[in-house]
Design a protein around this ligand. Structure first.
Ligand code: NAD
Length: 344
């Protein structure tokens, strides 16, 4: 049995990853450490809470003593690091937590892993010779694009928000542990994810939640900002593949080749809701409202995923239209169906 530490597994992507990875790797015991900030929700992990190859620990990745204890107690042989403060809007109003968790937390984890696994630079202890640190990061580290072009692994870093700056810093820490100490590390930089279990504050859950409540659907600026949307399970599959087969020291961009602007997203969600759960009068689109733009709002992100596609054989199973349909069904159950069941 291999013991792998997952961080932030009660968040959006982590809680999709944990059940998928347990199912796909029958020889793995996953230890999930999560501080259960406002973004973490153990309800998202109900399906695995009694799984015999799964252990949950409530804790902070910045707590060095705790991380050391976990490495000792469970003899951790691999790390897949999701834990982060992840909401750009919050990083504008309260950047401190982003610097703590995203930068110092990552340093803490990788430094403890190094001490547990290695004897000296370039020399692993025999029992840990295959141990790997996988860092989950974002395409936002590359800054913003104009109308043309794609982010490649070689694109210079140019983070624009406190969130992306803190993630860029953590990427550099991980990179330095490979170059200085010869640690076995892989970093994946992914585009915007959507799908089940995402926090209500994020764009797509907000659109669905506001629409179903009959409230204004807020869209920043004129809705022309473009993101490259990837269904969360496709991201999880990419992480698992890069963890397993990625070349040490390499970074892999993961993206769905599904560029959509925010207005298109809102309109598409409304059109699907009109078909599935029509309003008594009018369209959900009538609720779309333009609000003051986010400070420093990056115009466009888009990923060139050909490295992970060609080198590791990854490809996205969902396109935006198939993924959004599943996502809307999941949130309809969460916001309407389950709520009315609990009221009954
Ligand atoms: N969501 C996206 O579209 C996206 C895209 C690319 C990359 N990423 C990256 O993927 C990772 C996961 O993103 P997400 O959307 O699931 O985030 P999330 O905000 O939904 O979840 C983060 C999780 O980390 C936990 N956490 C926060 N601070 C912690 C701490 N100090 N110690 C332990 N746990 C802590 C939270 O409780 C939460 O469960 C992040 O590193 C993020 O930068 C996200």
């Amino acid at each position: 049995m291999t013991n792998i530490l997952v961080t932030g597994g009660a968040g959006f992507i982590g809680s999709n990853f944990v059940p998928y990875f347990l199912e796909a790797n029958l020889d793995v015991h996953l230890v999930n450490i999560d501080a259960l900030t406002y973004a973490g929700d153990l309800n998202n992990l109900r399906e695995v809470e009694n799984h015999d190859r799964y252990t949950f620990i409530k804790g902070d990745i910045c707590d060095r003593q705790l991380i050391e204890k976990i490495f000792e107690k469970y003899d951790i042989q691999g790390v897949i690091h999701f834990a982060a403060e992840s909401h750009v809007d919050n990083s504008i109003t309260n950047p401190d937590a982003f610097m703590q968790t995203n930068i110092l937390g990552t340093f803490n984890l990788i430094d403890v892993a190094k001490k547990h696994w290695m004897v000296s630079p370039g020399v692993y202890k025999e029992a840990y010779k295959n141990s790997r640190f996988h860092h989950v990061s974002t395409d936002e580290v590359y800054g913003t694009l104009g109308k043309e072009g794609l982010f490649m692994e070689t694109t210079p870093y140019a983070p624009n928000s406190p969130y992306s700056a803190s993630k860029a810093s953590s990427d550099f820490i991980v990179r330095s542990y490979h170059h200085t100490y010869g640690m076995n590390v892989v970093t994946t930089n992914c585009s915007n994810n959507y799908g089940p279990k995402q926090h209500d504050e994020k764009l797509i859950p907000t659109i669905i939640r506001k629409a179903l409540a009959g409230e204004s659907i807020p869209i920043y600026g004129d809705g022309s900002n473009i993101r490259d949307w990837l269904y969360v399970l496709d991201h999880c599959k990419g992480i698992a593949l890069a963890y397993d087969k990625g070349v040490s020291g390499e970074t892999y961009n993961i993206g769905g080749r599904n560029e959509r602007n925010n207005l298109y997203i809102a309109q598409t969600v409304c059109e699907i809701l009109d078909k599935k759960h029509s309003r008594p009068k009018g369209s959900y689109k009538d609720l779309i409202t333009y609000v003051k733009d986010r400070a420093g709002h990056d115009f466009r992100y888009a990923i060139d995923a050909s490295k992970i596609e060609n080198d590791l054989g990854w490809e996205a199973d969902e396109n935006f239209e198939s993924g959004i349909d599943k996502t809307i069904d999941w949130y309809f159950n969460k916001f309407i169906h389950n709520k009315s069941k609990s009221l009954a």
